[in-house]
Design a protein around this ligand. Structure first.
Ligand code: ATP
Ligand code: MG
Length: 242
């Protein structure tokens, strides 16, 4: 309890002895085993691990999309296991944005409209909406593609729209589960770089997962995960890991 209270001031995410076990019929699948991690505020953090190691499970717990089997989780200063379902939905809408491997854009909306959509849901007035949407389009270098629908954009451009859509609400925490998995390695690296630039500009905490060790030089902090356990944590100065 006191550990979490002390560390929560400087950390966006605190896990204390967290286990997640899935049950399939009679079979128990231990997906996360005794995870204790701190993800500091405003860091660009990477979860690195092979297929089946528990990356999605970990991000789903951080994003309050699923609940741990045991242990404590604190996100953006709240002990999320104490919240009701309604409170969790509200908490997520206010604090957390998601970027997906398959982009998850709305196909009938243009790039501009996809980015603007979360602001319509928030009830923002049209002039502020327009200003924020145009500014995000510019931040991801897509002003010229504002009227393109997702099927008229490349994979890298789609992911840039998804990044803009995630950031337009100015959330405290952005989660991206293998955001580069559907991109070639050069485009993937440029997308991670763009995410990092935008993360610094907006001061959000970013957590992304990947199985690609080549991306490690882009992250400020890396947790390696294997078979549901954190193997080690690396912090890096800009330009390379230490
Ligand atoms: N809903 C579920 N029910 C049962 N088992 C699950 C479920 N989701 C994941 N698992 C199991 O939990 C373990 C971790 O899976 P997880 O999806 O978190 O891995 P991952 O690192 O994201 O893998 P990938 O890189 O392939 O996406 C795996 O053994 C997986 O089979
Ligand atoms: Mg996964």
């Amino acid at each position: 309890m006191s550990l979490i209270q002390n560390s929560a001031q400087n950390n966006t995410v605190v896990f204390e002895k967290v286990f997640k076990t899935y049950q399939m019929g009679e079979v128990l699948i231990p997906a996360l085993k005794n995870i204790s991690i701190n993800i500091p505020k405003q860091k660009f953090t990477m979860i690195l691990g092979p297929s089946g190691s528990g990356k999605t499970t970990l991000l789903n717990l951080i994003g309050c999309l699923d609940q741990q089997t045991s242990g404590r989780i604190e996100v953006c200063g709240s002990d999320v296991s104490r919240l009701t379902d309604d409170e969790i939905s509200e908490f997520r809408a206010k604090n957390i944005a998601f970027i997906f491997q398959n982009f998850n854009l709305i196909p009938v909306l243009s790039a501009y409209e996809n980015i603007e959509y979360p602001l319509i849901l928030l009830g923002m007035n049209p002039s502020e909406r327009r200003e924020r949407t145009l500014s995000m389009l510019s931040s991801v270098g897509l002003v010229d593609h504002a009227n393109h629908r997702p099927n008229q954009l490349s994979g890298g451009q789609k992911q840039r729209v998804a990044i803009a859509r995630a950031l337009v609400k100015q959330p405290g925490l952005v989660l991206a589960d293998e955001p580069t998995a559907n991109l070639d390695s050069k485009t993937g690296a440029s997308i991670i770089e763009l995410m990092h630039n935008i993360q610094e500009k907006f001061g959000a905490t970013f957590v992304f997962s990947t199985h690609d060790p080549q991306l490690i030089s882009h992250a400020e902090q890396t947790f390696r995960i294997c078979d549901g356990e954190i193997l080690n944590e690396t912090t890096a100065s800009k330009g390379g890991s230490q």
